[in-house]
Design a protein. Sequence first.
Length: 156
Amino acid sequence: MLTLHNLSKPDIKKNKKRLGKGQATGQGQTAGKGHKGQKARSGGKVPIWFEGGQMPIQRRLPKRGFKNIFKISHRIVNLKDLVDLEIEVLDIDAMERLGLLPKSGKKANYPVKVLAELGEIGFSKTMTIKANAFSKKAIELIEHNGGKAEVVKVVK
């Protein structure tokens, strides 16, 4: 018995268009390419961005902005994130283990910079922090409490 759940696709074989094989095929004479013009010729392909000779969009739109190729992006750690830690020496590997820095993805190889954003919390830890860069305020706060801010060279 034929029901809805055991229906199958019918076997329909459609012949491919036989271009240029006479008027009776419906694709004779110009073989579906119309009359004359670039696209009627052999090898007559037009690039997808071509606009028929009109000024292309990438040339009509103005250039905007500036991208500094020498800019160095950093992975940022704030001193407020380090207030609750009970560690004497904090290096980049330890920051990654503790989840303070991304260790995979696009930013994984960026150098690390320590900033002095504290919010309402004061920084009163005595610890040695090893990173690639520090803000002036961060160095000042770390050394004021008897700690050390050690700059580690970036290895590429």
